[in-house]
Design a protein around this ligand. Structure first.
Ligand SMILES: Cc1cc2nc3c(=O)[nH]c(=O)nc-3n(C[C@H](O)[C@H](O)[C@H](O)COP(=O)(O)OP(=O)(O)OC[C@H]3O[C@@H](n4cnc5c(N)ncnc54)[C@H](O)[C@@H]3O)c2cc1C
Length: 435
């Protein structure tokens, strides 16, 4: 028996679910959002950089009251070996604009704020409620859900699956397959607390300015992955993530990797004296364009991480989640206004709109990723970082060796490690990835 009917049910109160629920509720739809966590954000893990443009399209004045940590003025990209880092840094006062483009956030606080906005827009939000089943009618159309709260069916014209990367509900219902170990990364992360002024001194920041470091190299022990360090107001988020298949093959422990990253001579001084208060682990979908599953069907759409919409190359996820949630909601609102039923055919509007957005365009651009970097990943994550460090030291040490001999020694070291053909093929591989 159907207990209550809604225009839409949203499963999950992360970035994609909140974007979808807010957009539909603010257009007058009767929306129910169900979240298994104690409160929105309690189950969610992110670095976290939040991209303002995508949130502005949902809540234009979010800066008035959203819990934002620091706006980013500096980005450091490091290639590390065991004792050094070689990097590109970009810092600009242009990022001190009236409406900054990127902020660090703490998801537990941010998701609570976003959820408050969803409620204010008119949606009903129920936490500590796990959706246990998608309910279908005799023609296989999704017509509602069952939860762990009561045995009855909650009905809806459309169900938005915003359940995150594992997406157990959708996979159990046969809407898509489980993500493969080679298409998901496991990231572990710690929060290191330090006084505000210490963070500002260590990173050369003023007021709410922020700095992030992203690092690849021997820190991932030859596996495809990266390390990150993000400055918040009074804490530093620090983590590493690698492909699950790589962890399994190398029998490496994520905790040991994080420990080694924390103790790297380039990182240790930046977190010295900090108090670790939080530890978290989470999966990240990294299969790219080819891993995107069927996005819609009779009575359902899937958004965010559950739809594998994550750009591993640019380390973007929450913005793809917010955008896919918003676009799915806008498609549903359009269908509702025209009194069109939520059939598979009609809901294909969501895919058409998503294909025209940066979400799919960006993922399509790198459609051979992540396979490209994952093949012989030790070249990119071990061999080249070590060679780069040696080349930099060779170049910078003034020891009476003629420069021409230094150049020859560096070239010889690269050729010895990879052969001329190996270097050319790796260069082509990289060029293909970035074309
Ligand atoms: C360590 C780490 C660092 C990251 N850093 C960044 C970053 O800096 N910038 C960035 O843009 N992205 C980053 N990401 C990616 C980003 O966090 C995700 O892309 C984003 O959170 C996806 O949002 P979502 O709403 O799709 O899923 P989630 O945020 O995972 O939300 C899913 C929600 O669904 C709920 N749920 C699941 N199943 C059920 C059920 N059956 N019933 C009810 N509720 C359910 C969960 O409890 C959860 O609240 C990072 C990810 C990780 C792991």
């Amino acid at each position: 028996m159907i207990e209550e009917e809604f225009d839409a049910i949203v499963i999950g109160a992360g970035m994609s679910g909140n974007a979808a629920a807010y957009t539909m509720a603010s257009h007058g739809l009767k929306v129910l959002q169900l979240e298994r966590g104690e409160y929105p954000g309690s189950k969610n893990v992110q670095g976290a950089i939040m991209y303002a443009n995508m949130l502005e399209k949902i809540i234009p004045d979010f800066r008035d009251d959203a819990p934002l940590e620091r706006h980013l003025v500096e980005q450091r990209l490091w290639v590390m070996d065991d004792t050094s880092h070689t990097g590109i840094h970009h810092r600009s006062d242009h990022f001190n604009e009236a409406k900054p483009n990127r902020y660090t956030i703490i998801r537990a606080q941010f998701d609570k704020w976003f959820s408050r906005k969803v409620r204010e827009a008119g949606a009903t939000v129920l936490c500590e409620t796990t959706v246990t089943e998608l309910v279908r009618d005799g023609r296989d159309r999704v017509i509602g859900v069952r939860t762990d709260r009561s045995g009855g069916i909650i009905g809806a014209d459309v169900v938005v699956l915003a359940e995150g990367v594992c997406g157990l509900l959708g996979t159990r219902a046969g809407l898509r397959s489980m993500p493969k170990p080679e298409t998901v990364a496991l990231a572990v992360k710690e929060m290191h607390f330090l006084p505000e002024e210490v963070i500002e001194q260590r990173f050369g920041l003023n007021g709410d300015e922020g700095c992030v470091i992203e690092a690849v190299g021997t820190i991932s022990h030859g596996m495809a992955g990266l390390g990150f360090l993000y400055t918040n107001k009074e804490s530093i988020s620090l983590g590493v993530g690698c492909l699950v298949s790589d962890f399994a093959a190398a029998m490496e422990s994520p905790y040991a990797l994080l420990d080694a990253f924390k103790n790297h001579p380039s990182i240790r001084p930046l977190i010295a004296g900090s108090e670790v208060k939080e530890y978290a682990a989470h999966l990240i979908p990294e299969g790219g364009y080819k891993a995107i599953p069927q996005l819609f069907g009779d009575g359902w759409v899937v958004v965010g991480d559950a739809a594998q919409l994550n750009n591993a190359i640019h380390r973007e996820g929450s913005n793809l989640a917010m955008t896919s949630g918003r676009i799915a909601a806008e498609a549903i609102v359009q269908l509702k206004r025209r009194s069109h039923p939520m059939t598979k055919r009609n809901l294909s509007l969501y895919k058409i709109m998503l294909d025209n957005s940066f979400v799919v365009k960006d993922l399509r651009k790198y459609k051979d990723m992540p396979a490209l970097l994952h093949t012989n990943s030790c070249n990119f994550f071990t061999t080249y970082p070590q060679l780069l460090s040696k080349a930099a030291q060779n170049f910078l040490r003034v020891d009476g060796t003629p420069k021409i001999d230094k150049e020859k020694a560096t070239t010889a070291a690269f050729v010895k490690a990879r052969s001329r053909w190996g270097l050319v093929s790796d260069a082509v591989r990289l060029a293909c990835a970035w074309r």
